[in-house]
Design a protein around this ligand. Structure first.
Ligand SMILES: Nc1ncnc2c1ncn2[C@@H]1O[C@H](COP(=O)(O)OP(=O)(O)OP(=O)(O)O)[C@@H](O)[C@H]1O
Ligand SMILES: [Mg+2]
Length: 308
């Protein structure tokens, strides 16, 4: 049983305030009691969460807590890419037409379709997702041709529209550039454009802004916020930074040592963290009081009881 579930009391429910985004819709992805092991090392231990349309779920926690392995498990890449094994749990994904897919048992061919179309990933290092020998315009065009069935000509126009949508200046010139000719921030915009082209139901962003400097990070977060509603997708945003969580997330899942120790709406977690570990994460955020219109970090230490 995970602590996060136990801690969700009736009082908490009453104080929760306005309906969260996507609360009236059934989840796109439902993960229940997920466990992943690497030989004797438990990387993910009994983790459960849902993701609804247009909802951003942030998975936050220290290095090694199991955030990335959780997303690899969703993509069913644990067994494919490592010696790890999903040992327990259920992962149910609802495709655009309503088809429900069991991500643990679906045939590999179906998983390939899902990885290519339904669930997209953005990584910390955009070069991971880009091919060094093709111009970014060619790579975006390829995605549009494969996923949207566009002709060469349509794709060429589509590429410029996509690049404008992710606010890449001078798209005609930029489209001819190779990934290594672009800055990290521009490359990450290209990767986001590729994800948009696939129109995924779930977008998993694993520390997509960590490698970027603070100003660029803020621009990328603003972009993702802007896109999240037109995407009509659920977003899983992995980070170790509670400041980023405040910027982007609707809901938070706090992981520590492979377990989900706390979960809730962003406002609730920031106002009333229950676990000492979550409090610590929050105390590391600069300008903690910003949400409350003051600079005092002490604000987040009022109005709460020590976790029992
Ligand atoms: N390929 C692998 N082989 C063996 N152990 C692994 C492998 N990948 C991850 N692990 C282990 O699984 C646990 C969870 O790792 P994971 O990468 O999910 O952490 P994380 O929360 O994403 O950390 P970070 O913030 O550093 O990215 C760690 O103990 C890690 O050492
Ligand atoms: Mg990771």
């Amino acid at each position: 049983m995970n602590t996060a579930t136990i801690n969700s009391t009736a009082t908490d429910e009453a104080e929760r305030g306005p309906e969260p985004v996507g609360a009236d819709e059934s989840p796109i992805l439902s993960v229940k009691n997920l466990s992943v092991k690497f030989q004797d090392n438990t990387a993910v231990d009994d983790v459960s969460f849902d993701v609804s349309p247009r909802e951003v779920l942030a998975i936050v926690g220290e290095s090694g807590s199991g955030k990335s392995v959780t997303s690899l498990a969703i993509m069913r890449l644990v067994e494919l890419s490592s010696s790890g094994k999903v040992t327990d749990g259920q992962m149910r994904f609802t495709r655009a037409g309503g088809e429900v897919v069991d991500l643990r048992t679906a045939p590999e061919a179906k998983m390939r379709t899902i990885r290519g179309n339904d669930i997209s990933m953005i990584f910390q290092e955009p070069l991971t997702s880009l091919n060094p020998v093709y111009s970014v315009g060619n790579q975006l065009a390829e995605v549009l041709r494969v996923h949207k069935g566009m002709s060469r000509r349509e794709a060429k126009k589509g590429v410029i529209e996509l690049m404008e949508r992710v606010r890449i200046p001078e798209p005609e010139r930029r489209a001819r550039q190779y990934p290594h000719q672009m800055s990290g921030g521009m490359r990450q915009r290209v990767v986001i454009a590729m994800a948009l082209a696939c129109q995924p139901r779930i977008l998993i962003a694993d520390e997509p802004t960590t490698a970027l400097d603070v100003t660029i990070q803020a621009q990328i977060l603003a972009l993702l916020r802007e896109l999240k509603n037109d995407l009509d997708a659920g977003i899983i945003f992995i980070t170790h930074d509670m400041g980023v969580v405040a910027e982007i997330a609707d809901r938070v899942l706090v992981m520590r040592k492979s377990q989900a120790i706390e979960t809730g709406q962003v406002g609730d977690i920031f106002a009333r963290p229950r676990q000492p570990y979550t409090k610590n994460l929050l105390s590391a955020v600069p300008k903690l009081g910003a949400m409350n219109g003051t600079d005092s970090p002490a604000l987040f230490h009022l109005d709460r009881e020590e976790a029992s």
